[in-house]
Design a protein around this ligand. Structure first.
Ligand code: SF4
Ligand code: SF4
Length: 443
């Protein structure tokens, strides 16, 4: 359907790709979700609450309102954290609604050409391409590791561009070698093999969280898994879905299904809760594609967050003592999206010597939310300041989470407001407790 047709439709009837009436109708407008919503708590505006956004979507669906700039802003400002889903007694599928609203906006909104070019480059070229990601990682690595970044951050030059300075402080760290080097390899189980699993690397995380991925592989091996890193995998499409770029997300989903479904894996694993959420919802993404709808269901059933997987098998805890006070920050996409608040806590508590100190409001969003911290930096930083206050109050020396995006945000939080805490993924804590590479035979 052409964008011009959609613009006409948006003023009168539903475009067909926007939020569905059956989902919108589940909201009874009770308001029980309001205080769970970070944007409502921060801004105090009904239009920036889950109930307010559902109401606006309904107005657009019924043709009583247009897809205006103001509608776009209220939908854009949502973190897609899905805390409202957890709070809602009526089972409103808010994640699906906001993704559909964004998909509709994406094809109707008139963005400036520079915006369009940047989005096309980022979503269409960079994220799905190992080649592009590796290529862009080199200058980032040189910038960060050759002292240029340190010089830039101290220089008066960046201070004259406060927005740029803010973004420079949030940049992820490039790591070498990247995890792309492990694609196509498999790693044997330690001891008797109990499972054969596929490990997904994602997109940016292959470059910026390569050491976390390696730690995850080791933890799985120590739990009797042969870990395969399939070369056929690609980006999961989560960021595309959040940005409303449904067609690109569908193409990536088909590629992952074709490449992985028939690999004979007991489970398809990710250590990135945001990716896990998207991968588990491929059946929604491809529900209108008769060639893939059933296979997408089968694929989604095989996908597990690595914490979920380890907590569901006969987990082998580390034997040595690992004395540490640890606090856990819920990843929204694990706790609210996948409804899995317990597995990471179960694993942490199983480590001898670890004391889990729960922070207040651990399930409140840290403000990371994909690229939200880049797009809506002020609001994101305000959420992070509160988060760090709660983390500091626990006295924990390690802040853990289950999603690289949250780790990145929390690292910035520690630099700005912290007490020198270490920020680690649950898998990194486990790996360290097991002894890292020590005693683990190489493949
Ligand atoms: S989304 Fe759920 S909790 Fe919020 S107003 Fe609607 S029914 Fe109530
Ligand atoms: S997803 Fe999060 S930010 Fe968006 S409406 Fe729900 S609670 Fe608010």
């Amino acid at each position: 359907m052409a964008a011009s047709e959609l613009r006409v439709l948006s003023a009168g009837t539903s475009s067909g790709i926007g939020p569905k009436l059956k989902d919108l109708d589940t909201c009874v407008h009770c308001g029980l979700c309001l205080n769970a919503c970070p944007t409502y708590r921060e801004l105090g505006l009904e239009a920036d609450s889950p109930r307010g956004r559902v109401y606006q979507m309904l107005q657009v669906h019924e043709g009583k309102a247009e897809i205006s700039d103001s509608y776009q802003q209220h939908i854009d400002l949502c973190l897609a954290c899905r805390a409202c889903e957890t709070a809602c007694p009526s089972g409103v599928p808010y994640g699906r609604l906001v993704e559909a609203a964004r998909a509709e906006i994406e094809v109707t909104a008139k963005r400036p050409w520079r915006d369009r070019m940047l989005r096309n480059f980022l979503f269409g070229r960079v994220l799905p391409s190992a080649k592009w990601l590796r290529l862009l990682a080199y200058p980032l690595y040189l910038y960060q590791h050759w002292g240029i970044e340190r010089w830039m951050l101290r220089s008066k030059l960046l201070a004259r561009f406060p927005r740029l300075l803010q973004l420079a402080k949030l940049a992820p760290r490039a790591q070498f070698p990247s995890f792309f080097q492990q694609y196509g390899k498999s790693f044997p189980a330690e001891g008797a093999q109990r499972y054969r699993v596929a490990m997904l690397g994602g997109c940016m995380a292959n470059v910026c969280y390569a050491r976390l991925h390696e730690a995850t592989v080791r933890v799985l091996r120590r739990n009797g898994c042969e870990v395969v890193v399939p070369a056929e995998q690609t980006c999961c499409g989560a960021l595309h879905v959040h940005a409303g770029r449904k067609a690109e997300a569908q193409a990536l989903a088909r590629q992952n299904i074709d490449g992985l479904l028939n690999g004979g894996y007991d489970a398809i694993l990710t250590n990135t809760a945001g990716c896990g959420c998207a991968l588990k919802e491929y059946h929604d993404l491809l529900e209108d594609d008769p060639a893939y709808a059933n296979r997408a269901h089968e694929f989604s059933r095989k996908v597990k967050d690595v914490n979920e997987f380890l907590a569901s098998i006969d987990f082998r805890p580390p034997q040595r003592e690992y004395k540490a006070w640890v606090t856990y920050q819920d990843s929204c996409h694990l706790t609210h999206g996948q409804k899995l608040p317990s597995p990471p806590r179960k694993l942490l508590k199983a480590i001898p010597g670890v004391t889990l100190k729960e922070m207040a409001q651990a399930d409140h969003c840290c403000g990371s939310a994909g690229i939200y911290n880049v797009l809506h930096t002020d609001l994101s930083m305000s959420l992070l300041t509160k988060k760090m206050g709660n983390a500091n109050a626990t006295g924990a020396e390690i802040i853990t989470s289950a999603n690289p995006g949250c780790l990145l945000q929390l690292e910035a939080g520690v630099r700005q407001h912290g007490n020198g805490q270490r920020v680690m993924h649950v898998m990194e804590v486990l790996d360290e407790a097991y002894g890292g590479k020590e005693g683990l035979a190489d493949s």
